[in-house]
Design a protein around this ligand. Structure first.
Ligand code: PMV
Length: 313
């Protein structure tokens, strides 16, 4: 029987500090209940990649599956000359939605490839290889998406320190709504870099404020203070508007959700479209889910915490 390795990894939401994390701030992210699954199977002939209807050879530089090819070529190096593999990818997470789909693909691919090649599969090694894929598509990522997808749960993350898991003394629900407008994280990161150059002192203050917001979120969670957590999310949204990554359609979506029974609502991830998250009042989780499903084509409720990388086979 041919050998198969399967790994899955979750998408993520960011509660505070997106973009500022690229410039050294603390940020908070959590894994969600939507996953990417990557299978690597021994196959005769050429090595190829399949995802839905798309198919491409690993050695064909046609621009498709760049992230996956970067990781595979790095891990397998010479080996793929002798042995063909079939890689198939299935995902619950829309690409470009700000929910960490590329990081989840990177983590699951790096993990499956390292295991398939009988190489070290420590979290550090998987992170290092997965980040190579992320860099190929995002240019200058902080690593928060990859770390959250790998570790799961909720994390306090900064580029300059070890990430810290945030213990949750109860399950917390978050509403996630995709605006339907995909966008490229790298474009938004570049746009923010221009803002930083235009207003360096203001940007520096906002970066430090983002760190304080993230540390306040840690305290609010430790105290089980959901209204305060929601208020901190609202403040975070204001800072994201100031750096120009919110859009009028995201603002309208936020306004609609803010009028429901929620403690806080903000965009999540790079912005410029993508998704928003909201913290529902505990008694309104079901009613809010129903309202969103009726009115929006892609929304879901996720419980936090969720598992990170998982070996399926
Ligand atoms: O790619 P997204 O939309 O999940 O956003 C990632 C978060 C950023 O802070 C915008 C980029 C990064 O690498 O930290």
């Amino acid at each position: 029987m041919s050998r198969e390795v399967i790994a899955s990894a979750p998408g993520k939401i960011i509660l505070t500090g997106e973009h500022f994390v690229v410039h050294g701030a603390y940020s908070i992210a959590a894994a969600v209940n939507k996953r990417v699954r990557v299978s690597i199977l021994e196959a005769p002939g050429d090595s190829y990649i399949l995802a839905g209807d798309a198919r491409s050879r690993v050695n064909n530089d046609d621009g498709r599956f760049v992230l996956v090819k970067t990781i595979l070529r790095h891990v397998f190096e010479e080996e793929m000359k002798d042995q063909g593999v079939a890689i198939s990818i299935s995902s619950d997470i829309p690409a470009g939605s700000g929910l960490g789909s590329s990081a989840a693909v990177s983590v699951a691919t790096a993990a499956a490839a390292l295991k398939f090649a009988h190489l070290e599969t420590s979290p550090r090694k998987i992170f290092e290889i997965a980040l190579l894929g992320e860099k190929k598509v995002h240019g200058n990522p902080s690593g928060i998406d990859v770390e959250t997808s790998l570790q799961g749960g909720m994390l306090l993350f900064s580029k300059n320190t070890e990430s810290k898991p945030i213990p949750l003394n109860r399950v917390v629900h978050f509403l996630v709504v995709y605006s339907g407008k995909p966008r490229r994280t790298s474009t938004l990161i570049e746009r923010v870099e221009i803002r930083k150059k235009q207003y360096p002192n203001f940007f520096d203050c906002l970066t430090r404020a983002a760190s304080f917001l993230s540390l306040d979120v840690v305290d609010a969670i430790a105290a089980g203070d959901l209204p305060r957590l929601g208020a901190l999310m609202n403040i975070s949204q204001t800072a994201l508007s100031w750096i120009g990554v919110s859009t009028s359609s995201i603002d309208r979506l936020i306004e609609d959700v803010a009028a429901q029974e929620v403690y806080g609502v903000k965009l999540t991830g790079a912005g410029g479209g993508g998704s928003i998250i909201a913290l529902p009042k505990p008694d309104s989780v079901d009613a809010l889910s129903k309202y969103m499903t009726r009115n929006y084509s892609y929304s879901f409720m996720t419980q936090i915490p969720q598992e990170g990388l998982r070996w399926e086979v």
